[in-house]
Design a protein around this ligand. Structure first.
Ligand code: ADP
Length: 421
């Protein structure tokens, strides 16, 4: 059906083209017939018949479908012929270089100029790209051994970039070749991050697992009949399984967040109620650590668009850290205030502790996965090193910002700015 439509459209287009091409012939015919009619006073029917004959002559050769396809191709061919190699190269977003049999640059697009400053037509490609893998790539295609090939190539300066470079000869016997550079740097960076993440996560799981395995061995061997040791070891094993469970929960939280591409729009979160329930849920931890929690909330409604469960997780992580790492300060202040600072007005939720604080050099990296200021303290405080990266992830989804201010010896303040709309 679709084919038939396309065919009919093709015929109509070809007929229109033919009529247009023969427009002068038609006009001359009409003028001639009208002139004869005027001079000789011939019947109107004869004039009409003559006009129809002319029209048929213009259209008739297009009647065969096969012929119409041929004409379509001809129109297309003229379209492509109008396209110069230069325009085509400019339309390609990746760096592209056209070169000849002597490996001399014939043309380079703007992306190539931007990526490899200092190239120009007439320059030798082999001098510009001296890396052995690039030389081998050029030799292969220039010797005619292969029509196309691909290599991975690293450009070191001005910044390190990883490219997948493909080369191929252009058309038949043009003696021209084209090089296209696909930037792989971002993909590589993501691959490296993923590999690091898996290595870190495995390491974090392996440590408690090794400890549990060691205690099982001791319990089956030397401590087999030692009731006191058994109790102590079982307690340690239980805390190690707890550590593994927390890590798995945090890993699942992160992966769930990554799988949900964006926030469900249209839900409002009552910050006063959410922060209150976070404080209630962490009451036992706060009293265990002898930390008093003070609330300083602005008056009136404190609502922002967002996901309540996710924001609960944010404040829970921040308040838990304040109670754990800022324990020595003895108190934590949680404030909610309207804020017009920054590009978007909104509401700031700030959790401030009075503990040892965070040295300045750690602050920029503190939200990275598995980054801790002090690994031992984090372990004894049942940390996984993932809390703040979960916070950052959720805030990014909310279009919100996290700012951290700290003075060593004078505590830390984690402030979340949530846009009001
Ligand atoms: P963890 O699970 O180790 O608590 P987080 O991502 O929540 O992981 O925090 C990363 C690190 O940041 C912690 O290990 C700790 O060293 C530091 N940190 C976080 N909050 C505070 C705070 N309020 N005071 C001092 N250090 C903190």
């Amino acid at each position: 059906m679709a084919d038939l439509d396309t065919e009919q459209r093709g015929i109509t287009q070809t007929m229109a083209a033919r009529l247009w091409n023969s427009r002068w012939l038609l006009a001359a015919g009409v003028v001639a017939v009208v002139a004869v009619y005027a001079l000789a006073g011939i019947s109107a029917y004869i004039v009409l018949a003559a006009l129809l004959l002319l029209l048929a002559a213009a259209i008739l050769p297009a009647a065969g479908a096969r012929q119409s396809t041929g004409s379509g191709a001809a129109i297309e061919a003229t379209g492509l012929q109008r396209l110069s190699g230069e325009y085509l190269a400019a339309a390609v977003a990746d760096p592209l270089i056209i070169f000849d049999r002597a490996a001399t640059i014939v043309h380079a697009n703007a992306a190539a100029f931007a990526a490899f400053g200092g190239i120009a037509p007439g320059m030798s490609l082999s001098l510009k790209f001296r890396a052995p893998e690039m030389q081998a790539l050029l030799d292969g295609v220039l010797s005619g051994d292969v029509a196309s090939d691909v290599v991975d190539y690293m450009e070191k300066l001005p910044v390190e970039r990883a490219y997948r470079v493909s080369v191929s000869s252009v058309g038949h016997a043009t003696d021209l070749y084209v090089l296209v550079f696909k930037d792989q740097s971002e993909t590589r960076r993501i691959d490296r991050m993923r590999a690091d993440f898996i290595a870190n996560a495995s390491h974090e799981l392996r440590t408690p697992l090794a400890s549990i395995a060691g205690f099982i061995e001791t319990l089956r061997g030397p401590a087999r009949n030692d009731a006191a040791a058994r109790d102590q070891f079982l307690q340690i094993m239980q805390s190690q399984t707890g550590r593994m469970a927390r890590l798995i929960d945090d890993l699942l939280s992160l992966s769930r967040l990554e799988m949900k591409p964006y926030l469900k729009p249209g839900t409002e979160v009552d910050l006063r109620q959410t922060v209150d329930s976070v404080i209630d849920s962490l009451g036992p931890l706060a009293s265990e650590n002898a930390v008093a929690i003070e609330r300083r909330y602005a008056d009136g409604p404190l609502h922002v668009p967002g996901d309540r469960d996710e924001l609960f997780q944010v404040f829970e992580n921040l308040l838990e850290n304040a109670c754990k790492y800022g324990q020595s300060g003895g108190r934590v202040v949680v404030s909610i205030a309207h804020s017009d600072a920054g590009p978007e007005p909104g509401i700031d939720v700030t959790i401030r502790d009075f503990g040892p604080g965070i040295p300045e050099e750690h602050i920029p990296r503190i939200t990275e996965r598995f980054y801790r200021v002090d690994v031992e303290t984090s372990r004894t405080q049942k940390g996984t090193g993932l809390g703040l990266s979960i916070v950052k992830h959720i805030l990014t989804r909310h279009n919100a910002r996290l700012s951290i201010k700290s003075e060593v010896g004078n505590g830390a303040a984690f402030s979340v700015h949530l846009p009001a709309h």
